[in-house]
Design a binder for this molecule. Structure first.
Ligand SMILES: NC(=O)c1ccc[n+]([C@@H]2O[C@H](COP(=O)([O-])OP(=O)(O)OC[C@H]3O[C@@H](n4cnc5c(N)ncnc54)[C@H](OP(=O)(O)O)[C@@H]3O)[C@@H](O)[C@H]2O)c1
Ligand SMILES: [Zn+2]
Length: 337
């Protein structure tokens, strides 16, 4: 089978399509014929050599977390799925025995890690991590969900977003950002989001963004968001200067969930304002398989349509990463092996 592997950690030019042996499922595993695999900034960082997880010794490396397709073969002891089933993968890898695996939520597992290998014609996965897809949920839409939408959904749960709340989403046009805007709307919350691009914000307004701020300047954004109203919760996937900005605009007792570091891995914050304002900063990573099942259900009901910026053939995977790197896209970028 063919795989779009990272053969050099130099950015999009480091992707090559290579031949690999067809995978055989071990006990408890299934092999999925990959119809769609969305990409995330997590994959781009690996490709740019900016991840401690993968170095030159690990090459060629096949990335890709968000697999949707059809079960081809199953190993021994697999009962939940059968060849021919349409499925989407929850990429969580957990130990199954620690306190958090026993009592939940599973994404707090002490040895939590993620599946990689979906940027290929076939993916060998744990069968109990496959979520069935109803007929009316397409593979491309489904592949948008496991990382970006689940992460945004879990963050909205952590900030307890509810009807009429105002949610601030800095960097609202990417995978997690668009998901945050769309899912806030499904919860009855209003959103204010930022981007460096007016054209991207125009697209986002048609997807449910209530208030758009075109700026990358924290002072300008602070003023514009304050003019909109009092923020109840913040979805912060940018880090850097956006952490204090989020704390500046959030109300007393308000909450900010943080899941990323696109704008910087360290943030300086005003401690006095944090404690006098009773504000909460909440770290959050991915979500649970139950979150993914909920989102598949929302798509099946027609309550959520994941925003897909474009689809790319397997041998165009480098171009898919280039679109992400150049900040050209709105929503998810999907490779269709
Ligand atoms: N912890 C977790 O479980 C988890 C899960 C998913 C994602 N994440 C993290 O969340 C972040 C977003 O991931 P993603 O896949 O959604 O990425 P993405 O699609 O590439 O996000 C693009 C968004 O980020 C903005 N952006 C890009 N570079 C920026 C910069 N230097 N300064 C300010 N804004 C910038 C873009 O703004 P413009 O519109 O201005 O271009 C756009 O709104 C990443 O840090 C990722 O690692 C974490
Ligand atoms: Zn565990």
């Amino acid at each position: 089978m063919r795989a779009a592997a990272f053969t050099d950690l130099v950015g999009p030019d480091g992707v090559s399509v290579i031949e690999q042996p067809d995978p055989e499922p071990a006990p408890g595993e299934a092999v999925v014929s990959v119809e769609a695999c969305s990409i995330n900034r997590h994959d781009l960082w690996i490709l740019e050599g900016d991840s401690a997880m993968v170095d030159a010794d690990d090459l060629p490396f096949v990335s890709g977390l968000d697999v949707a397709g059809t079960v081809e073969r199953i190993g021994e002891d697999v009962t939940g799925v059968a060849p021919g089933d349409r499925v989407v993968l929850c990429p969580n890898r957990t130990c199954g025995t620690c306190q958090f695996c026993r009592e939940g939520p599973e994404n707090l597992c002490e040895t939590f890690s993620l599946y990689h290998g979906g940027l290929a014609e076939e993916a060998r996965v744990r069968a109990d991590r496959l979520v069935p897809l109803p007929d009316d949920v397409g593979a491309v839409e489904a592949a948008a969900l496991p990382t970006a939408y689940v992460t945004a959904y879990h963050m909205l749960r952590r900030i307890e977003a509810g009807p009429s709340d105002l949610v601030f989403v800095p960097g609202a046009t990417g995978g997690v950002g668009v998901a945050g805007v769309q899912l806030a709307a499904t919860l009855g919350a209003r959103s204010v989001g930022t981007s460096s691009s007016r054209a991207k914000l125009d697209r986002l307004e048609s997807l449910g963004l209530d208030h758009a701020v075109e700026s990358t300047d924290p002072d300008e954004i602070r003023d514009a968001v304050t003019d909109v109203g009092t923020v109840d919760g913040v979805l912060n996937h940018l880090g850097g200067a956006y952490t204090q900005l989020g704390l500046d605009v959030v109300r007393r007792g308000g909450r900010m969930a943080v899941c990323g570091r696109t704008a910087g891995g360290t943030s300086e914050i005003d401690i006095t304002d944090l404690f006098l304002g009773h504000k909460r900063v909440i770290g959050s990573t991915m979500g649970t398989q139950g979150d993914l099942e909920t989102l598949v259900g929302l798509v099946a009901e027609g309550a959520l349509t994941p925003e897909i910026d474009g689809t790319y053939a397997l041998d165009e995977t480098g171009a898919a990463f280039e679109a992400m790197q150049e900040r050209e896209s709105v929503g998810k970028i999907v490779v269709t092996p």
